[in-house]
Design a protein around this ligand. Structure first.
Ligand code: NAP
Length: 282
């Protein structure tokens, strides 16, 4: 049976470490890292998500505030708010909550965030991680790498298969794995014989959004399996892209859904803010 990679526990340990680091940094540089969130409109799910993140940031010792803008906010008004945050020295990271209202050009808003304050790593997404200078990696892709490393198994030289080539997870995680000297294959909806591709994979990252796409018989025995997918079943459960029971019988390590990548993603949002702070202070 595979060992479970407990994202919640790993994230909790990381928060403790970051809390100590933040206290030290505040003493050294005379200010705490700052994370500002911007929400446009009244979407309740966005409010909950942002509040969770900000509470977590405050518990970790950061200064954190939310700017709530009405649904009717014009694009130029939003760009002005983002421009002001770019200039504000208390602000190290800007979390622009998506989705934005339809009348706002999402790409223009995202590109208005200074790359060195873009803690979601939007700037680092398209076209790989060198898209804009000073960009941090997107939180979910960073979370995947941390979870793989938590196994203690070296990534270098391993064959990693990333299933999904989305801008948010698949592509950046593939780039990070390459940076760790893995041999990387990216599979997608046009890939022929996914099972054949997976059969040689020491590391599998599934970022598709299809429940049960990957089953245990497709995996190499002992593989590290990171399941990014979030899917709701007909009976209301949340499951990943990997069929957990059969995969856990075959894999060496596996992340559960929920409780794997999700909790680590929020921890990485805060890690990204600390990294931006270090760039601003050092
Ligand atoms: P996305 O941009 O829609 O990308 C999905 C990818 O899956 C596409 O590249 C698509 O291929 C590929 N795909 C679709 N069907 C496939 C199949 N049968 N076989 C192989 N590949 C297939 O989605 P995303 O934003 O990357 O998100 C992926 C999943 O991760 C979603 O379930 C999302 O909810 C979840 N997610 C979780 C977190 C977290 O914190 N845990 C964060 C972000 C996202 P094509 O390119 O050929 O269409």
């Amino acid at each position: 049976m595979a060992q479970i990679i407990d994202g919640k526990a790993i994230a909790a340990a990381l928060y403790e470490k970051m809390r100590a680091e933040v206290d030290e940094l505040a003493l050294k540089y005379g200010r705490r890292p700052g994370l500002w969130a911007v929400i446009v409109g009244e979407d309740p799910a966005s409010q909950v998500y942002v509040n969770n993140n900000l509470n977590r940031a405050r518990k970790t010792g950061l200064v954190s505030e939310v700017i709530n803008l009405p649904e009717s906010t014009r694009q130029d008004e939003l760009l002005k708010v983002l421009g002001d945050l770019n200039e504000d020295e208390r602000v190290d990271g800007i979390l622009l909550q998506l989705p934005l209202p339809a009348h706002i050009d999402k790409d223009a808003a995202i590109s208005a965030i200074a790359p060195d304050k873009d803690i979601d790593g939007y700037a680092g997404m398209a076209g790989g991680l060198s898209a804009r200078r000073g960009a941090v990696a997107p939180c979910t892709s960073r979370a995947c790498i941390e979870l793989i490393k938590s196994t203690g198994i070296p990534v270098e030289g391993k064959h990693a298969v990333v299933v999904g080539r989305g801008e948010l997870v698949g592509k950046p995680v593939a780039a990070l794995l390459l940076g760790e000297n893995a041999t990387v294959t990216i599979a997608h909806s046009r890939t022929q014989d996914l099972a054949g591709v997976l059969s040689g994979a020491d590391i599998v990252v599934a970022a598709v959004g299809r429940a049960g796409l990957i089953t245990g018989d497709m995996l190499k025995p002992g593989a590290i399996v990171i399941d990014v997918g979030i899917n709701r079943t007909e009976d209301g459960r949340i499951v990943g892209d990997v069929e957990f029971e059969s995969a856990a019988r075959r894999a060496g390590y596996i992340t559960p859904v929920p409780g794997g990548v999700g909790p680590m993603t929020i921890a990485m949002l805060i890690r990204n803010t600390l990294d931006c702070y270090l760039k601003h202070t050092a």
